[in-house]
Design a protein around this ligand. Sequence first.
Ligand SMILES: [Zn+2]
Length: 173
Amino acid sequence: MDPFEELKDRFLHFKNQVYLENLDHYQNLSDNQTPKFMVIACADSRVCPSSILGFQPGEAFTIRNIANLVPPFQHGASEVSAGLEFAVNSLQVANILVVGHSRCGGIRALMSMKRADKSKSFIKDWVSIGKTARLSTEAVAGNLNFELQCKHCEKMMKTDIPHSNLFKELLGN
Ligand SMILES: [Zn+2]
């Protein structure tokens, strides 16, 4: 089947079986959104926050990017910083959740970057936001093989949060 025909069928199924049967709920949502969560997740097609965590429309304001990175405040404007500003200041979300995952291609790109390589790449520029996690990984797990270093770095991303200044700025304290 043509992939776009399949999407059309899926949309019609949603419209007829979900939307029209819950019309009041969706009409309320069209007027206002009050999500409890902001979610920052990897763009990886296998890691869909709504599927994994069961979010329904209106529950999670979501930004997805390669390797679920949050640039530091000093990085300037990005879709993540704009999303954080909107989620915190306008939507007043109570919880911000960063969803990492194993076997992340973005983390592999970060960990395989050669220091001497001066070639330009959007991916390289983007994932270098996580360089502190890479350096920490190399310091404590540099003796492990590449796969294990990537695994270590994926876990480091949870604890390497260089954007506390951003939250202070957004929250005004
Ligand atoms: Zn990923």
